[in-house]
Design a protein around this ligand. Sequence first.
Ligand SMILES: Nc1ncnc2c1ncn2[C@@H]1O[C@H](COP(=O)(O)OP(=O)(O)O)[C@@H](O)[C@H]1O
Ligand SMILES: N[C@@H](CCC(=O)OP(=O)(O)O)C(=O)O
Length: 363
Amino acid sequence: MRVVLKLGTSVLTAGTDRLHRPRMVDLIRTLAAAREAGHEVVLVTSGAVLAGWEALGFPPRDRTLAEKQLLAAVGQGRLMHTYAQLADLYGLPVAQVLLTADDFRDRTRYLNARTTLDTCLARGVMPVINENDAVALEQLKVGDNDTLSAFVANLVEADLLVILTDAPGLYTADPRRDPTATLIPVVERVTPEVWARAGGAGSHRGTGGMHTKIQAAEIATRAGTPVVIAPGDARDVLTRLLAGESIGTRFLAAGSRLEARKRWILAEIAAGSVTLDAGAARAVSERGASLLPAGITGVQGRFGRGHTIRILAPDGTELARGLTRYASADLLKLAGQHSSATEGLLGYTYGPEAVHRDDLVRL
Ligand SMILES: Nc1ncnc2c1ncn2[C@@H]1O[C@H](COP(=O)(O)OP(=O)(O)O)[C@@H](O)[C@H]1O
Ligand SMILES: N[C@@H](CCC(=O)OP(=O)(O)O)C(=O)O
């Protein structure tokens, strides 16, 4: 399984004012065990602002933007250093990746970030992601790491998103305020009633409380990734969840990831088109096969890698839509050529397909 794990400030501090090393060791042990069991883990971590506050000797809390950016800039390096040191104990290499909203909006940056994360995972390196708080513009930020973790889950097409926090899961009401509140073990769909369960802003160190966690659950489950909100202090929580144990609150995925992605492809505006020869047109329309450059006879319009394009029969009828793995300028060079020639012609390759079958919707 490919899993995204989000650790809130409340988890990393274990209720104190500092990064809580023993708690972090426990968490990294469960991460290392998950990897040993063959899972791929991407970590989304909060805690930079807190770590900066700790490093500067707990200056009076000042909520101005400049102060938060200062604390994040001081703290991010320390946070990462702590992760690297502790992960070393388990022989687990880590890589820092700082993202912000533009990395998800801009298609080229999106694909680049995805390539980086895929490469890390392929090489057994665990990406440790946070928002780039020190430089990201406040208005253009994702703003909270729950939402960031849902965006990351979509980016890497995770099989599961786990959000660990200081509550045992989603309760019928904020358990801090209502002692009669009870745990909701399964949420089938994020409805207005579910939203109504979320109390206020959460713990004094955390950013969004339950509200942003429900928002994250909605984003990820819509794209086909189930989400679990679970307590960060439960022993071996990740390995137990991955073994199928039910802990905390599970939000079920709305349909499969593939269906969600195909819906999304159809909703995009096509940036251009390619025309196929008769053989490729048959393979695509009858078998839903991947489109190889060899079957392309013409490229219309200008588009980038990852854009939605229309796939046309020799007579111009539209057969399918799909996400292209190559920009139009590249496809002009590759059209009619065998896939083995790609690297020679371009100097790089994103794989043998122009449009992979998973990225293709037949009309
Ligand atoms: N319905 C609810 N169920 C559980 N927790 C809730 C609920 N509504 C509000 N909360 C609060 O949300 C807090 C977790 O959010 P937050 O403090 O932002 O943590 P984190 O740092 O992990 O993101 C809990 O401590 C809890 O008080
Ligand atoms: N990016 C910020 C954390 C933002 C955030 O969402 O915090 P939290 O609610 O503790 O997950 C930081 O590293 O301090």
